[in-house]
Design a protein around this ligand. Structure first.
Ligand code: SAH
Length: 239
């Protein structure tokens, strides 16, 4: 069943209006009709089954039952992702959301070829939020991952978790494995480097902050693949 997020906290029988993009999706893409059923997840992350009351430029739906559902990952994973080129970045946002990331932190790595340009940031962030929201709806999550403003290495101390990892390409095949680093942790932060990899000084600074290096296996993965691998592996390990 198609799912849509709304900001309000809802109650049973309440009627809510979907926004114009969601309404377009319902009316024109899915070609749904009045009385068809959708799932609405409210601001308190409660999922409701809802019946469409009005279908048009602004659709409305009435909550008919609440759904007992938890599709979130067992661990809260923060992916710190070095800024990479737009198409790869958008792919990463979509897949990381499907795979259950709780928070995404764009990272201004020394070798990031894409520079974060503060002037365009607001527009970029709107696009990013749209991508993660759609991916969260598509994958039937209750939570839309938070996407922070791009951070410098020093700022990463604000997004540390119980377990803090650097996926380091120089550790491929030889380094500590994810499964040995995870323990029974509830929250994990993992840093992924850019296309050109990390500068050794960045790894040293992260180690000083309390991060530890892990290997994501024997092969060198592209940054966006590394992020997907890490999330899928963590999900399987904490399941
Ligand atoms: N250009 C570099 C590779 C960069 S891959 C080189 O040829 O060595 C981009 C990022 O993906 C890396 O910085 C790292 O965070 C992650 N990554 C890719 N493969 C990995 C592996 N096998 N183990 C750990 N991290 C890996």
């Amino acid at each position: 069943m198609q799912q849509y997020f709304v900001k309000e906290t809802l109650a049973l029988n309440q009627v809510v209006a979907l926004d114009s993009q969601q309404s377009f999706h319902i009316a024109k893409v899915m070609r749904m009709k009045e009385e068809d059923t959708i799932v609405v997840v409210d601001g308190a992350k409660i999922a409701y089954e809802a019946e469409l009351r009005k279908v048009g430029p602004i659709c409305t739906a009435q909550m008919t039952s609440s759904l007992d559902r938890d599709n979130e990952m067992n661990a809260q994973v923060t992916v710190v992702m070095a800024l990479i080129k737009k198409d790869k970045w958008d792919f990463f946002l979509m897949k990381a959301t499907e795979l259950g990331a709780a928070r995404i932190v764009p990272f201004k790595a020394k070798r990031s070829v894409v520079k974060s340009d503060d002037e365009k940031l607001e527009k970029k962030k709107q696009r990013w939020m749209r991508i993660v929201e759609e991916a969260a709806e598509q994958s039937r999550r209750q939570c839309v991952p938070e996407v922070s403003d791009p951070m410098t290495l020093k700022q990463l101390k604000n997004v540390m978790s119980e377990v803090n990892l650097i996926a380091y390409e120089k550790e491929s095949g030889t380094g500590k494995l994810l499964r040995d680093a995870l323990k029974s942790s509830q929250s994990v932060t993992i840093v992924i480097g850019p296309e050109g990899g990390f500068e050794p000084s960045e790894v040293d600074e992260l180690l000083d902050m309390g991060f530890e290096c892990v290997s994501l296996g024997k092969r060198i993965l592209r940054a966006e693949t590394a992020a997907c691998y890490a999330l899928a592996a963590i999900d399987a390990l904490v399941e």
